[in-house]
Design a protein around this ligand. Structure first.
Ligand code: SF4
Length: 385
């Protein structure tokens, strides 16, 4: 199922489309859709000193001028992924509590009726971490969340909901993801995300942020001087799409939302703000990529979460799990130190800017886009309906 997964492949699809139009073979023309991750957008904005909205509109112009039909932002599929992950966590937590109340083991027949009783729940959106777990630590797989990553949720929406909306079959859409890492290419190529009926993938090709900038050079395109085009909207084809931010940091961001959501759903606690450290206790160890966040009431811990970034932190978590002494309910596991903002496919500054300062800058750009809670995202609510 692995394709070349490069921007050359996108060029070839656009070339075949043009040829098919010239020869009057309209049935052979594919609708080309590009979905841009907010981390990639932030990386380009920081590098060229533009705002995220300018980057989104200029990339729309750039890809449209190459022959792409629709350019979307993946912030809202990220909101979907956050909401589904939070719901999955609450369900698992309740199952886990019930099993403990009844003193049932996981293998007990009575456990079977309880939803997903395995805790801690481990994050599922980083393919670097997933591949590592699958190859070397099969015993932790039941603990990994079953929610798809934002990239793959976007893939499902584009090839199902959007395909129906514009009246084409999934195989007549060529869907490209602009992403912050090379491992997202592997994720898109997984057989889990291949539609046997239509012989097509949810995401056909992934291009990294670095490769997009390479395309600028190949196309003699200057993003600093580029015209802008209105953003596309997945749900309202007649209206300009809105650029929305997403809850949490650009590194992973799932922990913050899941904790705030669970505090409300499980304990009726509102006003929790993980970022502002309101209602929670945050402890960062000597290794800044390992952080514990605890929801406490009068010094009594109710929920204990951790974020583990980079392989050193991942190995630490695996060791704890194998030793049976893990005390966390949820762990946000990401393979890159500092998480996705520092992904292998992101732009790097010249040697004069320390990497730590650069990451902080890209994160600031990412956070500069207004965001509301995923539960208030109107597009997400419309799609649920
Ligand atoms: Fe990719 Fe790194 Fe993010 Fe994992 S943490 S999804 S490997 S950028």
């Amino acid at each position: 199922l692995i394709t070349t997964q490069t921007h050359e492949e996108l060029y070839n699809v656009l070339k075949s489309n043009k040829q098919a139009v010239r020869e009057g073979r309209v049935d052979n023309v594919k609708t080309v859709v590009v979905s841009i991750a907010p981390q990639s957008r932030a990386s380009i904005a920081a590098m060229y000193k533009l705002s995220p909205l300018q980057v989104a509109r200029r990339l729309t112009h750039f890809f449209r001028s190459l022959g792409v039909d629709y350019v979307f932002d993946t912030s809202f599929s990220r909101d979907f992924s956050l909401l589904e992950s939070a719901r999955e966590f609450v369900q698992r937590y309740r199952g886990f509590q019930e099993r403990q109340r009844q003193k049932l083991s996981l293998n007990d027949d009575k456990s079977k009726g309880l939803d997903d009783p395995s805790l801690p729940m481990l994050a599922s959106s980083c393919p670097g971490w997933i591949c590592y777990a699958e190859k070397t630590h099969g015993s932790v797989l039941p603990y990994i969340s079953q929610t798809k990553s934002p990239q793959q949720i976007m893939g499902s929406i584009v090839k199902d909901y959007f395909a129906k909306k514009i009246g084409v079959t999934p195989n007549n859409i060529y869907h490209v993801g602009i992403m912050m890492c090379y491992d997202k290419k592997l994720e898109a190529s997984r057989s889990d995300f291949f539609d046997e009926k239509y012989q097509t993938r949810d995401v056909d090709c992934v291009i990294t942020t670095v490769e997009v900038v390479k395309m600028f050079g190949e196309q003699n395109y200057d993003i600093k001087e580029s015209p802008e085009l209105p953003l596309h909207s997945l749900t309202k084809t007649t209206q300009e799409g809105q650029l929305l931010g997403s809850a949490g940091s650009a590194s992973g961001g799932f922990l913050e939302f899941i904790l705030e959501y669970s505090a409300r759903e499980l304990f009726g606690m509102t006003g929790i703000d993980v970022d502002g450290e309101k209602g929670v206790v945050v402890k960062t160890g000597r290794n800044k990529d390992f952080k514990e966040t605890t929801l406490e009431v009068e010094g009594k811990p109710l929920l204990k979460f951790a974020s583990a970034y980079g392989f050193r932190s991942i190995q630490n978590i695996i060791r704890k799990m194998k030793g049976g002494n893990i005390q966390y309910h949820y762990v946000e596991v990401m393979a890159c130190p500092s998480g996705c903002i520092n992904g292998g496919g992101q732009l790097r500054p010249d040697g004069t800017v320390p990497i730590k300062d650069w990451i902080a800058k890209v994160n600031d750009v990412y956070r500069s886009v207004d965001s509301s809670s995923p539960e208030q995202n109107e597009t997400v609510q419309n799609l649920y309906r």
